[in-house]
Design a binder for this molecule. Structure first.
Ligand code: ATR
Length: 291
């Protein structure tokens, strides 16, 4: 099917600073075209200090909703009139929906995307079966910790370079969450079912974390939220040590699925290979990834 956009089309989009490299317009517009939905998904890059004014303007109507990316996720939650429990737990919103009366509702689908990535790339993985290790203590780590605590993980071990930030995260969230310094990572990795990188280390070719992955069980899964490059230093290390991996692109697509439904009132079409499109945009292919 082709993309159609008429005067009756539904408009949604993504807001970030920068937003130039977001893959969300590519993903959502491919789904819109595939489903033959009359709608559009557009990028917005307001000056960071004008974000609140930008959101206020949209309360007048016309835009159905927004995905929110860095650095606005926390502010988006604060500006909303209502928040879902998962957005409140994550302390951040990646999804805003404007109701017809201008009410702004915040949600967070990053945790769903994270769990969907595991379900897709590691079928049979049970988040409730063993402790999970989260690397990092920023917003991304908090969302991941909340998602795994909510999915019944027996322990969530937050490992961070700055221990005090990991401790603050453990205190802010409900659930069996414990804090570790990066120097104690081996202790945290013992018996882990999954290891998730929610730090910015390894982003865009920067040196990755130097983790003692040998301390993790051979059955542990290693996931990196960074998807540029798709094979991050951590995922390359995990594969070299024979551990199974889950990539950040699966999470990006996984968080977009419920957002698309919220905007356009229908699930994304199953027959559109948005992963392939995203890989092409990233300058990668599945074939090259396996080399
Ligand atoms: P976000 O909100 O996007 O998660 P953030 O709040 O800037 O981002 O957090 C980035 C995380 O990456 C932090 O946990 C940071 O560790 P510190 O709290 O010690 O700063 C972590 N991080 C970034 N670069 C790192 C590196 N080279 N090695 C280890 N941790 C790193």
């Amino acid at each position: 099917m082709s993309h159609r956009l008429t005067g009756a089309g539904i408009v949604a989009g993504v807001v970030g600073a920068p937003v130039r490299h977001s893959l969300s317009p590519l993903i959502h517009n491919a789904w819109l075209a595939g489903a033959g939905i009359d709608g559009a998904y557009v990028p917005f890059a307001p000056p960071p200090e004008r974000f609140a004014a930008f959101i206020k303007g949209l309360r007048g109507g016309a835009v159905r909703g927004l995905n929110v990316t860095l650095p606005f996720k926390e502010e988006a939650l604060a500006l909303a009139d209502r928040a879902s429990p998962r957005a409140a737990a994550a302390g951040a919103a990646n999804l805003l929906v404007f109701e017809t009366d201008g009410t702004l509702v915040a949600d967070n689908t990053d945790g769903l995307g994270l769990l969907a990535a595991f379900a897709e790339q590691a079928p049979g993985f049970d988040p409730a079966a063993a402790p999970v290790v989260i690397l990092g203590a920023g917003g991304a780590a908090r969302g991941a910790a909340a998602a795994f605590a909510g999915a019944g993980a027996p322990q969530v071990r937050v490992v961070n370079r700055t221990l005090s930030r990991a401790q603050a995260l453990a205190e802010a969230l409900e659930g069996p969450i414990t804090a570790f310094a990066l120097s104690d990572a081996a202790q945290a990795l013992a018996g882990a079912g999954a290891v998730i990188n929610a730090t910015s280390a390894g982003l865009s070719g920067e040196a990755g974390l130097d983790l003692p992955l040998a301390a993790a069980p051979a059955s542990a899964l290693v996931m990196d939220m960074v998807y540029k490059p798709l094979t991050t230093p951590l995922l390359a290390q995990a594969r070299a040590e024979g551990l199974r991996t889950v990539d950040g692109l699966a999470m990006l697509i996984g968080q977009a699925v419920p957002a698309f439904e919220a905007f356009y009132g229908a699930p994304p079409p199953k027959d559109v290979d948005v992963r392939k499109l995203a890989l092409a945009a990233l300058g990668q292919s599945e074939g090259r990834l396996k080399e």
